[in-house]
Design a protein around this ligand. Sequence first.
Ligand code: AMP
Length: 224
Amino acid sequence: MSDLNLILIGPPGAGKGTQADRLRQNFGIPFISTGDMLRANVKQGTELGKKAKAYMDSGGLVPDDLIVAMAAQRLEQDDARDGFILDGFPRTTAQAEALDAQLRKLGRTITAALLIDVPDQEVVKRISGRRVCVANGHLYHVDFEPPKQDGICDEDGSELIQRDDDKPEVVQQRLGVYHEKTAPLIAYYDKQGLMRHIDGTGSPDRVHDHLRAAIATALREDDV
Ligand code: AMP
């Protein structure tokens, strides 16, 4: 099988993390989230983390050069050789161009860009209930995917918290940034014939089924 290089696009709260985790299990390829990588850097107090923190806290984007270098390094690692699922990267046209250039050098191409589409109103409702475990970033929702025990991660028993940037005023800012900076990627990948639109308002199972179907179609088209 050829490598499977997938990009997930969508507003904050579209369910990209949840879906990426499922696809990772289906296909055995790593799920790479630049947001998770940045949060790990902030937690560890690295130089990159220190530079990124203020942008993240305000709901803005971390500068392209920092993100592109971080993502490029990650994509060169061995476990990404047969493919990857990118969540939260690229987020600007400049990042998409940098990714294309890197893949070209490696003789690889993107298999599909998958848009998980969710209206703004729904985003706000979803994010306000989102909780994340402090140890490993496992995701929950107080209404839609509650943990077995309130405030405790099912997987590792650690505490569940609300991310600072999931607070309502920051969410509005992140949505604005998404429409201004990231939504143009839809046209970018459309032009390359790679864009697949998925209705993200259904249940996680339904969205997952649609993603699987879109990936199967993309793979078939890749073969011909
Ligand atoms: P996420 O978890 O993907 O929503 O990312 C959380 C925050 O990390 C974003 O609001 C940005 O501040 C930053 N971030 C993550 N990925 C990127 C990216 N590709 N480009 C710029 N900033 C990013």
